[in-house]
Design a protein around this ligand. Structure first.
Ligand code: TNX
Length: 553
């Protein structure tokens, strides 16, 4: 509350200072605030506002289909609440004219390819960038400067769609800004995934890590192996409340199913592309594979029978590394996956794969011997490296969880450091790219407030402030090694998130904080300032109908 009063006083002072005088000589109070998240690298407030009217034009230069699409994205968004549609047209020359939103490409700008310049004057708005992607981010900033009603899908009365004048120069700190979603433990419909992407775009995330296969459900249609859906996408029931590895558990007795058709996937990937988001699919191996084993029992070391898992945790039955048909199965699956996802990376999991079955399996022992491997950990490395070779041959790179460091690292792999930062440090020192997702800063399945007052979650404690405080570059790295850290990602494991509303509650506003970790220079971050911006910024999510967790009083 005190913070609110302080903030409003600040708003008032800024308003009076910036407003200048109108004809009557009285100060005209315009509330120029800039609730942009992630915070731009440089933002110089200016006096006055630009007002969008039915006479405003959107123009772009040079003639470029992507710029046209971005112009139409903005025009379409504003049209619903404002009730007028701004025309989008190619400009006659590389210069803005009054009452236009002018988008232009300029490869001479000294910023990275995701950066942009945004100049807002009372006369016109100019967005400049080296690439259409940069223009898109400039538009997201503009969107956040508009009244939150801009997000409305219905006409809104009595709102002036104006933005405060400013000169903004902005670019991201990290090239990888990710958000993940586990659709294995619980399934979320395609329309929710589309909206998840919409909200990500607002915060300038550029990567969606889609965790598509799990012990508890296989969620992606693979034409060559129909049983993955017929059998693998359903579990017979689900554990109720916290799963206990020891002691009694209760089950709900209700079948739980869900999967995406290849058409659904194409729609998601196409939607993401329009939002400048890359979708990285994850096909888990060799562990977290019980749903696949239940569908095709010959893929396991014992031959089954197996059942799609009905509770959480880590399971001993994993793909058999001694069995060549496992590799042909996975190569077939990955071939269909590559056809659906144009991403440079394919995530192959690699985490939590107990070696119990491999230790007892004659085929695995034979493989260890034939390949001259030391033990089952090296066999895991053999497994991942063999899959990597296949994907590399098709022009793709692998990402794996940090367990892929055990028993030797596949030659071109990118490592996702989740068990703290050790894995990230080790991989960077080995000159491998790294994405930081340490549990104690990036796991949005952890509680974000007092356990007794929050809905059931897996455990842990990760309040907003802690997410915000995260520094992705480990102090242990030399400047040369630091460049292997591509960025940070928020992980959203859904054992205890059964509904999409609850996913949103867990993800926002923590993902707003992480967007600033990924985008804003470390020295520019300031938590109190972030929270002030967030209060106004969250109104956009409110109008969008996102079920974010309200800020603590
Ligand atoms: C560990 S993070 C897992 C997931 C769980 C998560 C719960 C990782 C690579 N594996 O399978 O859902 O913990 O927080």
């Amino acid at each position: 509350m005190k913070k609110n009063v302080l903030f409003m006083t600040f708003v008032f002072i800024v308003s009076v200072v910036l407003a200048g005088c109108n004809n009557s000589g009285k100060p005209a109070v315009t509330e120029n605030v800039y609730p942009v998240i992630p915070k731009p690298v440089k933002l110089e407030p200016q006096r006055g506002r630009f007002l969008f009217t039915s006479d405003t034009r959107i123009t772009y230069y040079p003639d470029n289909g992507e710029l046209q699409n971005i112009g139409e994205f903005f025009s379409g968004m504003l049209a619903r609440p404002a009730g007028f549609t701004l025309p989008v047209m190619v400009a006659e020359k590389d210069a803005s004219v009054p009452n236009t939103l002018f988008l232009s490409l300029d490869t001479t700008l000294s910023m990275n390819d995701e950066g942009y310049l945004l100049d807002i004057t009372t006369r016109a708005i100019e967005v400049k960038a080296r690439t259409p992607r940069g223009i898109f981010y400039g538009i997201q900033t503009l969107r956040q400067l508009l009244p939150p009603q801009v997000e409305s899908t219905a006409k809104v009365e009595k709102v002036a769609f104006s933005v405060p004048c400013a000169n903004i120069e902005d670019q991201p700190r990290f090239p990888y800004r990710g958000l993940h979603l586990d659709v294995g433990r619980h399934f979320f419909p395609k329309d929710f995934i589309l909206r998840y992407l919409d909200v990500m775009a607002l915060y300038k995330y550029n990567t969606f890590h889609w965790h598509l296969t799990e012990d508890q459900g296989w969620r992606i249609e693979i034409k060559k192996y129909p049983k993955l859906i017929q059998i693998g996408s359903c579990r017979k029931e689900t554990v109720v409340g916290h799963w206990k590895s020891k002691g009694e558990n209760k089950y709900d007795g209700k079948e739980y199913c869900g999967y995406y058709t290849q058409e659904d996937i194409k729609e998601v990937v196409a939607h993401a592309k329009k939002l400048y988001i890359t979708v990285i699919p994850e096909i888990e191996m060799p562990g977290h594979s019980l749903a696949a084993l239940a569908s095709y029992p010959q893929l396991g070391c014992t031959g089954g029978p197996y059942e799609v898992a009905t509770h959480w945790g880590v399971f001993k039955d994993i793909y058999c590394a001694g069995n060549d048909s496992v590799f042909s199965f996975l190569e077939d699956v990955l071939t269909e996956v590559m056809d659906l996802f144009p991403s440079k990376y394919i995530h192959i999991g690699g985490d939590e794969a107990p070696k119990d079955r491999w230790e007892k399996c004659p085929k695995c022992k034979a493989r260890i011997q034939a390949e001259g491997l030391k033990d089952e950990h090296e066999l895991q490395n053999y497994f991942i490296s063999r899959i990597e070779k296949f994907l590399n041959a098709h022009g793709r790179n692998i990402i794996g969880w940090d367990e892929i460091l055990e028993g030797g690292l596949a030659p071109n792999a990118t490592v996702m450091s989740w068990r703290g930062i050790k894995g990230g440090i080790a991989a960077a020192k080995m000159k491998h790219d790294v994405i930081m997702t340490p549990g104690n800063y990036c796991y949005f399945d952890h509680y974000q407030g007092d356990k007794d007052k929050e809905p059931l979650a897996i455990g842990g404690f990760l309040p907003l402030k802690k997410v915000y405080s995260y520094e992705p570059i480990p102090a242990a790295l030399t400047p040369d090694e630091q460049k292997y850290i591509l960025g940070a990602q928020g992980n959203v494991w859904t054992e205890y998130m059964a509904t999409s509303d609850y996913v949103e509650y867990m993800v926002y506003p923590r993902a707003c904080a992480l967007s600033e970790v990924d985008w804003t220079p470390a020295g520019e971050k300031d938590y109190d300032d972030f929270v002030n911006r967030l209060e106004a910024n969250l109104q956009h999510l409110k109008v969008m109908g996102v079920h974010y967790r309200p800020l603590d009083e």
